[in-house]
Design a protein around this ligand. Sequence first.
Ligand code: SFD
Ligand code: AMP
Length: 625
Amino acid sequence: MNNFETIQIETDLLILGGGMAACGAAFEAAHWAKQHNMRVTLVDKAAMERSGAVAMGLSAINLYLGLKNGKNTVEDYVNYVKTDLMGIARDDLVANIARHVDSSVHLFEKWGLPIWKDDEGNYVNEGRWQIMIHGESYKNIVSEAAKNALKELGNNGQYIERVFITEPIMNGDRCVGAAGFSVRENKFYIFKAKAVLDVMGGAVHVFRPRSVGEGLGRSWYPPFNSGASAYFTLKSGAEMTCQEVRFVPVRFKDSYGPVGAWFLLFKAKATNAKGEDYMVTRASELEKWAPYGTAKPTPANLRNYLMMLEVEAGNGPIYMKTDDAIKEIVANIPDEKEAKRKLKELESEAWEDFLDMTISQALNWAAHNISPEEMPSEIAACEPYFISSHSGASGAWISGPEDLAPADKFWGYPNMTTVKGLFAAGDASGASSHKFSSGSFTEGRIAAKSALAFCSDNPDPVVVGDAHIEELKQRILQPLVTFEEHKDYANDADVNPNFIKPRMFMFRLQKIMDEYAGGTSVGFKTSKALLEKGLEFLQYMKEDAEKLAASDLNELMRCWENVHRMWQAESHIRTILFREETRWPGYYFRTDFPEMKEEWKCFANCKWDPETGTWEMLKREIEEI
Ligand code: SFD
Ligand code: AMP
């Protein structure tokens, strides 16, 4: 530990993360910081060029309203999001993002992102809210603009890559910075800031993945996002919302390729093995979940649910009828030459959809001799993830904008959590689903502007005592010490009675979550008895977390990633337990409370108290605007 240099950095706004929300934050912050001579520092655990969920690229921008064309209104979008989330969403937050998102998309295009255009020069819509892009380099383009904006601040702007943020730094009830370490060099970092923006994405590998053994690590959500956002806000004592609302995407089986383009652009159907369209044959099930179940489009969790009923009935495999969809489009073209040209075009678009964002799915097709125009492909429900910017909703409970938020949902600074000086956006903020890449970038912009206003109003320098810094350093680097102390006891580095390695710790966490909290192996079902047992096992894990051991910096990161996941897991179990109903079948199902209840048409929030170490569960009202 003595050979770790301690580096202290002072700034005004500290942006934690380098993903879509962080890039939006950096871009916007640079504009305001220049005018007010303020300092902005961004810290990413990876390299911004390819970090976060957009690392591999994307083939669509899922949130674009086209307000200028008068096609959609902000209100339409709020209604869509709320229905998709079975009535649970913050109107004020969703509307705030929706009214600003188009301008962010126009910036992406200006920076060089190729967006599909039709013959009249209009964007090509995938669905009502989604537009198609040639997006393999989406993240490179957006991060370059963010970095350039920070560079323009000269000494007042910096981005630091490959530093893993571990812990919040508190001064009483205010968040004043963060501690972390380099994943490449023996350097321990202390960031002191007037305002902190938590944008470290969502969480994967909390639940046991379907891919094990040689496929381990292949998941829909990127393996790098490991619950740091939720851990950071929880440990600061911030109130959290929708921690029960996980996302279970349906994807092409085993390689997790996207389905949106197939369903929306190509109008493909999914069927059971007998060729039955379960959205039709099981339509009556949707009435049980009215008014959401009977709305159009059917909420994502209910689309999943009908498919899961087929699997349970033994009617799998489930197929995406790529072949039928392509044939139908081509069949409507009378001219033979034109039909042939169209077929080639569709084939190319189908492959690009994967190559733009999930390259392994294209490899999977190639490996299994799949020609999408000739045969269908299997689809399946993935394991659960935490991603509030997509169709999940878990994250910090934040202040809305003054002009839209009801009185109890505005506390001075938009996007500030219930902890002073701590802001959240993207996957880190909750109850504003379907923001996606463009909305997360936009929310980052909103949050950064607000956080700089907080810095202006709280200009005094931040103080963090030396003893506090030393305590943080000891605690964060402890896994390296534990390993050094005990490594010679056993001849297998993974099996040692004196410590637990992060990989083993992760397997244990995933087994608990899978079996007790409704993972894939139990068909996404759980109950009070199962959840309470899972919670008991998590308490033992918390004790064992003190014995995590790391042989190098990479493992030190893995140790803390799994501690972060464990906190995400605990808040998830506690909130599922609290909400005594089933509201999102297809994401999870409470067998002891199998129905949706009017009394639970509210937010289920939770809060961990840093003073007492106890959890509080709260109901918060849903207000229509
Ligand atoms: O359709 C630390 N998303 C899609 N959005 C679209 O607009 N179109 C699509 O086509 C999309 N598809 C999609 C999407 C997501 C995924 C996983 C797939 C496919 C496979 C959603 C967007 O990607 C998503 O909404 C945004 O990326 C969210 O932005 P943000 O900023 O909240 O999260 P991030 O971009 O993942 O960035 C997180 C950053 O945090 C860093 N980080 N840094 C320091 N210390 C730590 N401890 C940290 N932990 C994490 C990360 O490195 C990263 O920089 S579709 O198929 O669904
Ligand atoms: P996905 O590839 O599933 O992430 O979908 C991309 C976008 O299309 C998201 O906005 C989804 O909500 C939407 N979407 C996907 N499938 C459907 C469907 N069958 N009906 C309506 N919307 C869908």
